[in-house]
Design a binder for this molecule. Structure first.
Ligand code: SF4
Length: 207
């Protein structure tokens, strides 16, 4: 999170942490960052997927997102990985694992190691879709999808709707209030989350 004279900017991945536990987010924002073995493993697995994608697509022509949206109107599908996205309206930054732009719609994918789509991961996907829509204003519906990192199976999918957009905007407003010190950071009420938390030794609200 970065504070500017006109308000904070957020990294979209911070919303995943907020959904897990806001006290974790407080530690992160105060500069205490923990790297766990599973995070290192995740980065490695991610890199392997990216390398395979680069190899599989090495003979294809590169196009910009604007060109990809035009190609979709002509019936041509395109795909990109590790796409940086910035939403000037909602002050969000992130990197989309994979995006497919097709004549029938846009699919935003995130690769996760779990068989279960945690709510924080779903929020992250919705925010990528909101940021993409804000930045590029496509005339296409946007679907979001979580894919199992190892098996490639779809774990969860949904469409970005106006109702979801409004729900996520409430969450964004809460993040702004947390960042500006207008709201207390609320600890999780789930002891199982505390069991796995890398901050549990220093955390006074540890369940
Ligand atoms: S120990 Fe529990 S309450 Fe404390 S930061 Fe971790 S998850 Fe949150």
């Amino acid at each position: 999170m970065f504070l500017t004279p006109s308000g904070p900017w957020f990294s979209i991945s911070e919303f995943n942490i907020q959904a897990y536990c806001e006290v974790q987010l407080k530690y992160r924002w105060s500069g205490i960052v923990r790297v766990t073995p599973s995070m290192v493993l995740g980065t490695k697995a991610h890199k392997q997927i990216e390398n395979k994608f680069v190899e599989d697509t090495k003979d294809l022509e590169e196009v910009s997102i604007e060109q990809a949206l035009e190609l979709a109107k002509q019936g041509i599908s395109t795909v990109a990985r590790e796409l940086p996205i910035t939403s000037p309206t909602f002050r969000l930054n992130g990197i989309i694992d994979q995006i497919e732009i097709t004549p029938n719609g846009i699919i935003i994918l995130d690769d996760k190691p779990s068989e279960y789509a945690h709510y924080g991961s779903q929020v992250q996907l919705y925010l990528y879709a909101i940021a993409f829509k804000d930045r590029y204003r496509p005339d296409l519906d946007i679907q979001v999808r979580i894919r199992h990192r190892d098996s490639g199976d779809t774990v969860w999918e949904d469409m970005l709707t106006e109702e979801i957009h409004n729900e996520i905007m409430e969450r964004l407003q809460r993040m702004v209030e947390l960042a500006l010190g207008q709201r207390e950071f609320e600890p999780t009420q789930n002891p199982k989350k505390c069991e796995k938390c890398t901050y549990r030794e220093m955390c006074k609200t540890n369940l």
